[in-house]
Design a binder for this molecule. Structure first.
Ligand SMILES: [Fe+2]
Length: 229
């Protein structure tokens, strides 16, 4: 649940209306699919790409939710880049930088796809936090091993969510373009998760160790993030 600390849970069950065109719910300027603001735009700015307004709005809602999660993940990678310490500092400091750069690029591409569909991406920190399914742990920085475990949990959670979003884009919203775009994103998260699992295996079994590091220190290579069932 989002209220729990350090929990990476993705859910589409929250009955919220996302700002598919402009603004956010807190300011009362939400647009429903029936209020297709883009349809009122001049022809040169109105997307006529074979998607109805309702289908475009459906895809935009999904993209904005993925955007919020990606922004939280991007911030978490920066956090870990700045706050990592320990014997693997140099390696992990660089690794976390690579991660926030990659996720940062994805954030940009997701937001621009929302614009391609005639919508506006959510773009304030308050909206990102409100819309995101991933959570941000508060308090002291975790151990370097827990940082890796947290990022693994987040990448896998996003991958699981994307597997639900992709058929929704394709079947419900008839948007093969967004489905393909999200499939590319899914593959990136799968690859990152594989890298993180490999790093954790190395971290958990240092040379000469007879048992996993996590069993020795009681916290290494554990994540506070619960995996959804
Ligand atoms: Fe830096």
């Amino acid at each position: 649940m989002k209220s729990e600390r350090n929990v990476a849970v993705l859910t589409h069950d929250r009955p919220k209306v996302r700002p598919v065109v402009e603004g956010n719910g807190k300011h009362g300027n939400l647009h429903t699919p029936e209020q297709d603001h883009a349809a009122a735009l001049p022809r040169e700015t109105r997307p006529e790409v074979g998607l109805s307004g309702e289908h475009r709005h459906g895809a935009i809602r999904i993209l904005n939710a993925v955007l919020a999660d990606s922004y939280v993940l991007h911030t978490k990678c920066r956090n870990y880049h700045w706050n990592v310490s320990g014997p693997s500092f140099l390696q992990l400091h660089k690794f976390f930088q690579e991660q926030y750069e990659e996720v940062g690029s994805a954030v940009d591409e997701i937001a621009e796809r929302v614009r391609m569909l005639g919508g506006h991406p959510i773009a304030t920190l308050a909206e990102f936090l409100n819309e995101a399914r991933l959570t941000e742990p508060a308090g002291e920085p975790p151990s370097s091993c827990a940082m890796l475990a947290n990022l693994l949990a987040d990448n896998e959670a996003v991958a699981r969510q994307l597997r639900k979003d992709i058929p929704q884009c394709l079947d419900d919203n008839k948007d093969a373009g967004t489905a393909d775009f999200l499939t590319g994103l899914l593959q990136k998260h799968e690859k990152t998760a594989w890298i993180l699992r490999s790093l954790l295996t190395h971290q958990a079994k240092p040379e000469g160790a007879t048992q996993p590091q996590s069993a020795k220190d009681g916290h290494c290579c554990t994540t506070d993030a619960k995996r959804p069932l």
